[in-house]
Write a protein that binds this ligand. Sequence first.
Ligand SMILES: [Zn+2]
Ligand SMILES: [Zn+2]
Length: 168
Amino acid sequence: MTSFDLRQAKLRPGEEHREELEVELPAFEFGGQRYLPIPEQVIAELVITRAVTGTVFALAFKVRLHGPCYRCLGDAVLEVPIRAREYQASSPDDEELSTPYLEGNRLEVSDWARDAVVLALPDKILCRPDCAGLCAVCGKNLNEEPHEHDEVPVDSRWGALEALRDEL
Ligand SMILES: [Zn+2]
Ligand SMILES: [Zn+2]
C-alpha cells in the first residue's frame, strides 16, 4: 500500500509540493464481477497546497481496468482518468473539513486512489459502447452471431400458471 509522509514535504503556508508517486491499486469488485488494474501500479501526481486555514490535496492518474463486459461477459478494457481532491482544515471542528485519508502525518494514497476509481466507474462496464450482449432466448453472443428468433417461446412460469388454472 502506498502512503505519503507529509513531513517529507516540509510545507509552510503558501507553499506547494508536487510529487510523482507509484500507487499500488487493488482488484475492484463491481456488479459482482472482478476488474484488475493492469499494471497494478500507476504513476500518480500528488499536489499538496498549504494555506494558513488548511491543506488541499490533489491526486491525478490514469488506470486501465480489465474484466468482463456487463452484457456479453467478453473481455472489456476500461481506461479511467482520475482527478481527486481532498481538504484538511488546520483546525477541523467538523468532519466535513477533514479528509478520511489522513492519519496523523501520513496520507493513505492507495486507499484514496481506490475510492476515487470506484467513484469514477461508469454504471455499466462494456466491451464496446454498442455491445449487442447475449441472446435472451439461446444465450449466444450477439456480437459474434447476430440473429433473431421468429417464435418467442412462452415463459415457463406462465405455462405453469395456466396449467394450475385449468385444474381449479
Ligand atoms: Zn460486450
Ligand atoms: Zn438466440
